[in-house]
Design a protein around this ligand. Structure first.
Ligand SMILES: NC(=O)c1ccc[n+]([C@@H]2O[C@H](COP(=O)([O-])OP(=O)(O)OC[C@H]3O[C@@H](n4cnc5c(N)ncnc54)[C@H](OP(=O)(O)O)[C@@H]3O)[C@@H](O)[C@H]2O)c1
Length: 330
C-alpha cells in the first residue's frame, strides 16, 4: 500500500525562520550522512524517513558523497522519494552539497565552478529531482578564489537548480566574506551549517554573532557528537553502534575514560530533567534562538522518536547551564 503521511504531522513540530529569509525549517532536521547508503538496509532507511515526515520534519539533508559508497545516499533517497513521497515534494526542503572528494582528477573536489556545477547536476540525477531547495558549498577551498565559488552558487539559483544557498564548515571570517559576496551578487546566503555540540563549541566565539547580524540561519550538524552524547556508550560499545562500524566516522579511541565520566554526569543531569541524554543535548542547542534547526542523524526510527521529544523541554536554568559547563571542563 502506498504511504500516506500522518494528517497531524505539523501539530507537534516547531518551525523557525532561517535568519531573515522567507524560509522556515523544522526545528529538527534529518541528515542522511550515515544509514542511507548501499551498505545499509533500504527498508530501515525508509522507516526513518517516514517517521521523520510523519513527525513534522520537513528538512532532509544530503551531500554528493554520502553513502557509502559515495552517491548512494542520494540514490536511495531518490528511490524512496519516488515511491513514497512524490505527492509531498512541495512540503519538503531537500539539500545537498559539494566540497569534499567525489571523483578522481582535479575537477572532483573543493570549490571550482567546474566541480560544483557538475556535482549538482549529478546529485539532481541521482535523486530524480529538478531542483534542490538548498545547495551548500560543503567546505572552504583554500585555493579557488571565493568570488568564483560564490558566483557559482549564485548561478545555480539563477538557473533554477537550487532555490537557496548555504555554506558549511566556514570559519567566522570566511563566512563573513562569503556572506558579503553573496549579498553583492543578489543571492543572500540562507544558512550556515557548522559542527556544534556540547563537545564542539567554536561557533559561540564569533560565528553565531555574525550570522545573527547578517540575518543568516544556523543549522548545527553532529549535535550528538555522532552518538557520544547519548546513553549508548555508558556501558560499553554496542555492536550496532557507529563506533563499532567500519564505515563510521566515530572512533572507539574517542570514547576515553574521561569522556565516559563526563557522559555519566551529563546523563544524571538529563534524568533529573526527565530527559534522555540525547534529548538534553539537542534541547541545549535549540535553547539558543539563533539556531534555526538542529541536524540529527539516526540509525533507527526509534532513536529519532527519542530525539524528537527534546522539543517538549527546551528551557535550561542558569544553574543547569553552569553544571553542564563544569562537567565538560572536568
Ligand atoms: N556539513 C558537514 O560537513 C557535515 C558533517 C557531518 C554531518 N553533517 C550532517 O549532519 C547530519 C547529522 O550528523 P550525525 O549523524 O553525525 O549526527 P548526530 O545526531 O550527532 O549522530 C547521529 C548518531 O547518533 C546516534 N543516535 C541518534 N539519536 C540517538 C538517540 N536518541 N539515542 C541513541 N543514539 C542516538 C546514532 O548512532 P548509531 O549509529 O551509533 O546508532 C546516529 O546515527 C548528517 O547526517 C549530515 O546531514 C554535515
Amino acid at each position: 500500500m502506498s504511504y500516506q503521511a500522518a494528517p497531524e504531522r505539523y501539530q507537534n513540530m516547531l518551525y523557525r525562520r532561517s535568519g531573515k529569509s522567507g524560509l522556515k525549517l523544522s526545528a529538527i532536521s534529518l541528515g542522511l550522512w550515515h544509514n542511507f547508503g548501499h551498505v545499509d538496509q533500504l527498508e530501515n532507511s525508509r522507516d526513518i524517513l517516514k517517521l521523520a515526515f510523519d513527525s513534522g520534519i520537513t528538512h532532509f539533508d544530503l551531500a554528493n558523497n554520502y553513502g557509502p559508497p559515495p552517491g548512494s545516499a542520494e540514490e536511495n533517497f531518490g528511490r524512496i522519494l519516488k515511491q513514497d513521497f512524490s505527492a509531498y515534494r512541495d512540503e519538503m526542503i531537500i539539500s545537498t552539497k559539494a566540497g569534499y572528494t567525489m571523483w578522481d582528477g582535479p575537477y572532483g573536489d573543493w570549490g571550482s565552478k567546474k566541480y560544483l556545477v557538475s556535482s549538482l547536476d549529478q546529485s539532481l540525477k541521482r535523486m530524480g529531482l529538478d531542483y534542490v531547495d538548498i545547495f551548500y558549498h560543503h567546505r572552504p577551498d583554500p585555493e579557488t578564489p571565493l568570488e568564483e565559488t560564490m558566483a557559482t552558487l549564485d548561478l545555480m539559483v539563477r538557473q533554477g537548480k537550487a532555490l537557496y544557498i548555504g555554506i558549511s564548515n566556514y570559519t567566522a571570517p570566511q563566512a563573513a566574506e562569503a556572506i558579503a559576496l553573496l549579498k553583492d551578487l543578489g543571492t543572500p546566503c540562507l544558512i550556515h551549517q557548522p559542527k556544534y555540540s556540547m563537545y564542539e563549541r567554536w561557533i559561540e566565539n564569533g560565528l553565531l554573532n555574525i550570522l545573527e547580524t547578517e540575518g543568516v540561519g544556523c543549522i548545527p550538524f553532529s549535535p550528538l557528537a555522532q552518538g557520544l552524547l547519548t546513553n549508548k556508550y555508558l556501558h560499553g560499545i554496542p555492536e550496532d553502534s557507529r563506533a563499532a562500524k567500519p564505515s563510521g566516522f566515530l572512533k572507539e579511541s574517542q570514547i576515553t575514560p574521561e569522556v565516559l565520566s563526563q557522559l555519566t554526569k551529563l546523563n544524571v543531569l538529563a534524568l533529573e530533567r526527565e530527559q534522555s541524554l540525547a534529548q538534553m543535548a539537542l534541547s541545549w542547542i535549540l535553547r539558543d534562538e539563533r539556531i534555526t534547526s538542529v541536524l540529527v542523524g539516526a540509525s533507527k526510527a526509534s532513536q529519532l522518536a527519542d530525539s524528537l521529544k527534546c522539543l517538549n523541554y527546551l528551557h535550561f536554568s542558569q544553574e543547569e547551564l553552569q553544571r553542564i559547563d563544569q562537567i565538560l571542563a572536568s
